[in-house]
Write a protein that binds this ligand. Structure first.
Ligand code: SF4
Length: 399
């Protein structure tokens, strides 16, 4: 066996191992307490099985898909193209669910943050970041409750992984946000959308929950429903290299990489996943990523930590790493949270770093902090909610 074939086999085995481990954290079933099945988050094939199981014809799948994902209805009695007796039969067997809103906060800059609660009372955060100039915005979606990766600058990383979010819960975050803005039916084609972009950048590592994320994004991209283009979806990973290839081939969404350090010794510490997939392997996976072009650049996220990763030498090394790639660098001012030992870089350091990257020909915007009055740091709403529950003596189980 030659070296390339051997590497491919190893990668395949590693991918299988990741998927098997991820399956251990899968969510509870889609059945409600009264025994009805939630239709949100089922693939078309699964929906067809459910419809067949109650003795209905396959054409009902198309109808239901339209009502659920294009019209956004949650009540079978509003499905006017379906006769009343069948509406009642559907309501007996199924629900069209949404996560419950545990808390919602809107910032003075109109950023909105929800803490969604799921059927087993686990919670995750979703944030809507509107574009101030035009009617559109990005919805930042969570893929897991907690996270395994423990990146040292990240507040969510202090919350151990509880479980993966299922496809219904991932799509459900988008649909519930759409409900809040009344954005139904789904706008078509180039019609402006308020929720025009999805970024998988909330709690969790999406490539450690690939199957559920992929299923959810396939539903979101389906043209007979929500119809969001793959160009409008960005998946952010800390660098789960074996899954990056698969994500590129199967989903073809935009890629963002949480880089945060340019030397292995430092990245091993800040993003511990680096010990498994070091920078050279990560950059090679970026170079293989299909569809990356000047129009669809890979975004490198880089949180600026004072005296840790913000020197001129770091900026030059970053440029060396990404040279030749269609890339953009997002510089993120660090947002301190209780218990964190890092400090934000000074304005001077930020601008000096940005200039070096820009002069090398890469866009390097400094991300303006949004919604600071409500979020502080990603993962904080969930912590606050847990703290409040502890203060009242209620746990996740008895809440
Ligand atoms: S940065 Fe992302 S991957 Fe790292 S701990 Fe936080 S949520 Fe997890």
């Amino acid at each position: 066996m030659n070296a390339i074939a051997k590497t491919a086999e190893l990668t395949e085995a590693e991918r299988d191992r990741i998927l098997a481990k991820s399956a251990l954290f899968n969510p509870p079933s889609l059945v409600t307490a009264d025994g009805r099945r939630d239709l949100v988050g089922l693939s078309r094939a699964e929906l067809a099985e459910e419809i067949a199981a109650i003795g209905e014809k396959p054409f009902r799948v198309k109808q239901l898909w339209h009502w659920i994902y294009h019209q956004g209805v949650t009540d079978f009695s509003r499905m006017s193209s379906i006769a009343k007796p069948l509406q009642a039969k559907l309501a007996e067997a199924f629900v069209i669910g949404r996560p419950e809103v545990a808390t919602v906060q809107t910032s003075s800059d109109e950023t909105r943050k929800w803490l969604f609660r799921f059927r087993d009372r686990q919670e995750a955060e979703t944030v809507y970041i509107p574009d101030r100039e035009i009617d559109r915005g990005a919805l930042c979606i969570s893929s897991q409750v907690g996270c395994t990766l423990s990146c040292t600058f990240c507040h969510t990383g202090t919350q151990k992984l509880v479980r993966n979010l299922g496809a219904p819960e991932i799509v459900g975050q988008f649909m519930a946000a759409r409900d809040a803005y009344g954005e139904w039916p789904s706008p078509h084609g180039e019609t402006p959308r308020l929720l025009s972009t999805i970024v998988l950048m909330g709690m969790g590592e999406p490539l450690y929950n690939y199957e559920n994320v992929a299923k959810a994004m396939t539903i979101v991209m389906d043209n007979e429903g929500i119809g969001l283009s793959r160009r409008r979806i960005t998946l952010s990973t800390s660098g789960v290299v074996p899954m990056m290839d698969r994500c590129g081939e199967e989903l073809g969404v935009n890629l963002a990489v949480s880089l945060h350090a340019v030397r292995d010794d430092l990245r091993d510490e800040i993003v511990p996943l680096n010990r498994k997939y070091p920078i050279a392997e990560l950059m090679a996976a970026c170079r293989r990523y299909p569809g990356a072009s000047n129009a669809r650049r890979i975004t490198f996220e880089y949180v600026m930590l004072k005296g840790v990763n913000d020197s001129e030498a770091d900026a030059h090394e970053l440029v060396r790493l990404i040279r030749g790639l269609p890339a953009k660098v997002n510089l993120i001012p660090f947002n301190p949270w209780p218990g964190s030992s890092y400090e934000p870089s000074s304005g001077n350091a930020l601008h000096r770093f940005a200039r070096i990257v820009m002069e090398a020909g890469f866009s390097s915007p400094i991300r303006t902090p949004r919604g600071q009055d409500i979020l502080a740091a990603c993962g904080q709403l969930k912590t606050e909610s847990e703290r409040a529950r502890k203060a009242t003596g209620r746990s996740n189980l008895d809440a």
